[in-house]
Design a protein around this ligand. Structure first.
Ligand code: GUN
Length: 299
């Protein structure tokens, strides 16, 4: 029987972080600048708090100056927009990240639209979205999670060109930019979502499957094409033994064994890549804002 490979996102992310750390050290030594990343958190969603904390720690460890802005849940949209304008004008800040989701009284698109596209390390601003879809991938800042997925695919498969890729989930954060990246790699891309008919049949076509729907173990083993490569973006908390909780992905990991050629685990797959790619985008933004070439060797 086929032995399914476990794609080690932790190890791949550690390699990328090492490259970023070397790049920031070189930038500090030569032209003497420190890239800066501002993270903005509104409210106290525990998951968001933990993500923003991890991003700040990882930035500091990689030689990036972190600026954290924690605002109360009741912050008005106008006050948040004013803070972003301040960060746009602050020369120490190369990257701005506004953690999503925002409280319901704030329109996330309005917020994304005011971030300076040159500091948009999430790659969510329409300017960067347009560059990505129109083939300007080299100039765009690319959303972190899908870029991390692409790096994992590139280390798993020798060639993506011509493969059937199915992306489950059409979010602006993952599904849509993932589809754009795979299309740019010459995959035949199907972007499936909650209204798609016969998901199992769509998924069965996939040489490459990226699942990003946020539904615990939606994708069953029997849906997976033998020898497919599976990237599981899902991170869902479900009840574990003895009243604890555990994280599972959007794919039934145990059922995929012996069917998929390779699959990312949850945790330890895509998650670490997202943070590493955020640091990568920050260093790239810092260089571009100063008219310097992108650092060499930064995948
Ligand atoms: N919420 C979930 N994923 C992300 C992300 O990649 N960036 C931001 N800003 N918020 C998120």
């Amino acid at each position: 029987m086929l032995v399914t490979r476990r794609i080690d996102g932790k190890a791949r992310a550690a390699r990328l972080v090492a490259e970023i750390t070397a790049a920031t050290a070189a930038l500090q030594a030569a032209p003497g600048f420190v890239p800066g990343l501002a993270a903005v958190l509104v409210g106290d969603n525990p998951a968001s708090r933990s993500y923003v904390g991890s991003k700040g720690k990882a930035a500091t460890a990689a030689g990036i100056q972190g600026f954290q802005h924690r605002l109360p849940e009741a912050t008005s949209e106008a006050a948040l927009l004013a803070l972003i304008e301040e960060l746009n004008a602050d020369d120490r800040v190369d990257g701005i990240l506004v953690q999503l989701p925002l409280p319901r009284h704030i329109d996330p698109q309005r917020v994304i639209d005011v971030v300076d596209p040159a500091k948009d390390v999430d790659g969510f601003h329409p300017h960067n979205v347009g560059l990505l879809w129109s083939g300007g991938r080299a100039r765009a800042l690319i959303p972190c999670t899908p870029y991390g997925c692409l790096l994992l695919l590139e280390e798993t498969l020798p060639e993506l060109s011509g493969l059937e890729a199915v992306v489950l989930g059409r979010s602006n954060i993952v599904g849509k930019p993932m589809a754009a990246l795979l299309l740019a790699e010459n995959c035949t891309v199907t972007l499936a979502h909650s209204r798609s008919r016969d998901l199992p049949a769509l998924v069965r076509r996939a040489d490459v499957l990226v699942a990003a729907v946020g539904q615990p173990e939606l994708v069953r083993g029997g849906w997976i094409k033998p020898d497919a490569v599976v990237i599981d973006v899902g991170f869902n908390r479900v009840p574990g033994p003895d009243g604890t909780s555990k994280a599972v992905g959007d794919v039934a990991f145990a059922e995929a064994q012996g069917i998929a050629a390779a699959i990312t685990p949850v945790p330890g797959g895509v998650g670490p890549m997202t943070i590493a790619c955020l640091l990568r985008n920050t260093v790239i933004a810092a260089c571009r804002r100063r008219g310097r070439a992108d650092p060499q060797n930064l995948s």
